[in-house]
Design a protein around this ligand. Structure first.
Ligand code: DAH
Length: 344
């Protein structure tokens, strides 16, 4: 029995030594020390031993049990430490690795241009107004001296929703809306930026949806020279103090007289190049003195009040200012294009 116990001890200790996982250890523990294990079995057979032998074997059995337990515990601590080390090694953070770059967004070029235009006109005392993109035929055309059947309506192929409703083709209806709201009670000095829609086929210079900024100044004794002064300030601040402007006669149903404004070409300084098509000038907006009929329809007495109005396209302004060659760049949202215009 003694030999059997010693044999079991060395067998168990050897297995513990060879074990490499915590579950191996658990198996050894169950196999040798469990209720059905060989040591328990030896102890059960003690009844058959002599009185003298019993305490000796009992004592030895306990020692063997203790030795195996101690060894199991020792190995367990080692394996647990190893497991922890391995885990930590796996989870180590290398603080010297370069970080992943954070993508920072910024305002769209058109948003920046519109804000720049707004700031500029706010500086000259204009207020910012808004109007609906789904507009009535009345405000989009009739209130602007474009009655039904007027030939100038052909200039703007429109997206009609019903006979009387359409996507506005320009921001000019906001002139009529603002004056209509004030009903001749006070002067108007406003600009209105917003989206407009036309049934154009998209190409490098046309888009079915684009942006306009409308301007309107109505008061007593407004003169054409006031229009010229405001637009001159605008052009110089937007494109550079060295730029000249010129006004050419034109036609719009809602202004009389009407003008188109050109700025001197920055590329060739007026000498003539491909950008200005050899003329030295680039057209940037339309305007004029508000037609008496438009004032009258909105509740302003044209014998007391007069004013000027203008309309411009921020896409065109951005294209000229930054040399953008295709209006579609504004809407296709290629991040490589947009990123160039993010201000730090
Ligand atoms: N509404 C015109 C357009 O879309 C632009 C315009 C021209 C607006 C002359 C005006 C103006 O207020 O006076 O082409």
């Amino acid at each position: 029995m003694k030999e059997r116990l010693q044999e079991l001890q060395s067998e168990a200790l050897e297995k513990v030594e060879r074990s490499s996982t915590l579950s191996d250890l658990q198996e050894i523990r169950v196999a040798y020390l469990g209720k059905k294990g060989p040591i328990t079995e030896v102890l059960r057979g003690m009844g058959k031993l002599s009185k003298e032998e019993r305490p000796v074997i009992g004592d030895l059995a306990n020692k063997v049990r203790e030795a195996i337990t101690a060894e199991l515990d020792r190995k367990k601590t080692i394996l647990e430490k190893k497991a922890l080390e391995k885990k930590l090694e796996h989870e180590t953070i290398d603080v010297t690795l370069p970080g992943r770059p954070v993508q920072v967004g910024g305002p769209h070029l058109l948003t920046s241009i519109v804000e720049e235009i707004e700031d500029l006109f706010i500086g000259m005392g204009f207020e910012i107004r808004e109007g609906p993109e789904v507009e009535t035929d009345y405000y989009n055309f009739e209130a602007l001296n474009l009655p039904k059947g007027h030939p100038a309506r052909d200039m703007q192929d429109s997206f009609y929703i019903t006979e009387e409703l359409l996507l506005r083709t320009h921001t000019s209806p906001v002139q009529a809306r603002t004056m209509g709201e004030y009903q001749g009670s006070k002067p108007v000095k406003m600009i209105c930026p917003g989206k407009v829609y036309r049934r154009d086929t998209d190409d490098a210079t046309h888009s079915h949806q684009f942006t306009q900024v409308e301007g309107l100044y109505v008061d007593k004794n407004v003169r054409m020279s006031d229009l010229k002064g405001v637009l001159n300030r605008f052009a110089k601040q937007m494109f550079g103090e060295d730029r000249e402007i010129r006004l050419r006669p034109s036609f719009f149903p809602f202004t009389e007289p009407s003008v188109e404004m050109d700025i001197s070409c920055k590329v060739c300084s007026g000498v003539g190049c491909s950008v200005c098509k050899g003329t030295g000038w680039i057209e940037i907006l339309g305007g004029g003195m508000v037609h008496p009929r438009v004032l009258e329809l909105a509740g302003y007495d044209p014998k007391i009040y007069n004013g000027f109005a203008f309309g411009m396209g921020p896409e065109r302004i951005a294209m000229l200012k930054y040399g953008v060659d295709d209006i579609r760049h504004f809407y296709t949202n290629d991040i490589r294009f947009l990123k160039q215009y993010h201000k730090a």
